[in-house]
Write a protein that binds this ligand. Structure first.
Ligand code: RIB
Ligand code: CA
Length: 313
């Protein structure tokens, strides 16, 4: 089976960084056509900086990285320095990037790739707010039928929210964009907090990253050491949830995940529940299913895969 062609849309973010490293370490399954950056965890100038740092850490300074939208469609940008640190990639001390950004806007790149590649051959992997993806769908509606699948990290149902009591950060930052994506008709796989909160970087798992002894393994251990402090204190959990790598791990080993094909709609009017993913898990409505919403993971299998692949870099 040929590798799946993907575009990673991202707001690095330590967990985005690990997701990107996993994808770049898995050429048999994943062909990363390019990386598009969006404002989210930190403002756009930092997410573009961080994406380049991660690609250089992976030895991929030729990767095409595009700058995208610097704010949500209809709301002020909300960032998450309290989780990811001032730079968005606090933890390891990695050199400032020297690789260039690709010319052009991320949205135009996404549209162009979908128009030039055969229909149904590109998977979009959003790891942050969905602003770039929604803008591309608005600018060129015909691309919806050309997207093979959207595999995204975002939302939550049984786990509630992490930035408000009801909303997960990626969806909360740009709920209008999320609404456009979830109503697009494109096949969607969702990695919500319900599954990512079961992918905890416990000390033995973090020690396994560090024990690789490689620049990449050590950097990942330092990244997770940094951003886990917030979640451990908040949830009293054994470690930080590794959200975004669930997306790229799914492309390699979908059997690690379990979920249901259900209806998911986005709250875009009430400020109380803004950005909530209203997941009809129990199918109590007649709303048509539009997303495969994951809620379970083989966590040991996930971390074994991740550690083995990081060792290849
Ligand atoms: O809520 C977790 C998500 O928000 C992750 O993608 C993290 O990187 C932040 O973007
Ligand atoms: Ca992210």
């Amino acid at each position: 089976m040929p590798p799946r062609k993907i575009i990673i849309d991202t707001d690095p973010g330590q967990d985005d960084a690990v997701a990107i490293l996993l994808a770049l370490a898995s050429p048999e399954e994943i062909d990363v056509l390019g990386i598009t950056c969006v404002a989210g965890n930190v403002p756009l100038p930092l997410t573009t900086r961080n994406a380049r740092i991660v690609c250089e850490l992976a030895g991929r300074s030729e990767m095409a990285i595009y700058a995208g939208c610097d704010r949500p469609l209809g709301r002020d940008l909300v960032t998450a320095e309290h989780v990811h640190g001032k730079t968005g990639l606090d933890g390891p001390s990695l050199p400032e990037p020297t690789m260039p950004m690709a010319d052009g806007h991320a949205v135009d790149y996404i549209i162009d790739q979908l128009r030039t590649h055969d229909e149904g051959t590109i998977t979009l992997c959003p790891l942050g707010p969905l602003t770039n993806i929604a803008t591309a769908l608005q600018k060129a509606p015909e691309i919806a039928s050309r997207i093979a699948e959207i595999v995204l990290m975002g939302g939550g149902y049984f786990e509630g929210g992490n930035i408000t009591p009801t909303a997960e950060f990626n969806i909360y930052v740009d709920p209008q964009a999320a609404d456009i994506v979830f109503k697009s008709g494109v096949p969607i796989v969702v990695m919500p907090l319900d599954v990512t909160h079961k992918a905890l970087v416990t000390k033995p798992r973090n020690d396994a990253f560090r024990a690789l002894g490689t620049p990449q393994g050590i950097a990942v251990a330092q990244m997770t050491d940094f951003f886990e402090r917030f979640d451990k204190e908040k949830y009293g959990s054994e470690g930080a949830p590794l959200h975004d790598p669930c997306v790229t791990a799914y492309l390699i080993r979908p059997d690690l995940f379990k979920g249901r094909h259900i209806n998911v709609e986005i709250e875009t009017t009430s400020e109380l529940t803004m950005g909530m993913t209203v997941a009809d898990w129990w199918r109590v409505t007649d709303r048509a299913p539009n997303a495969t919403f994951m809620n379970d993971i083989d966590a040991d299998g996930f971390f074994t895969l991740l550690t083995e692949r990081l060792a290849r870099l």
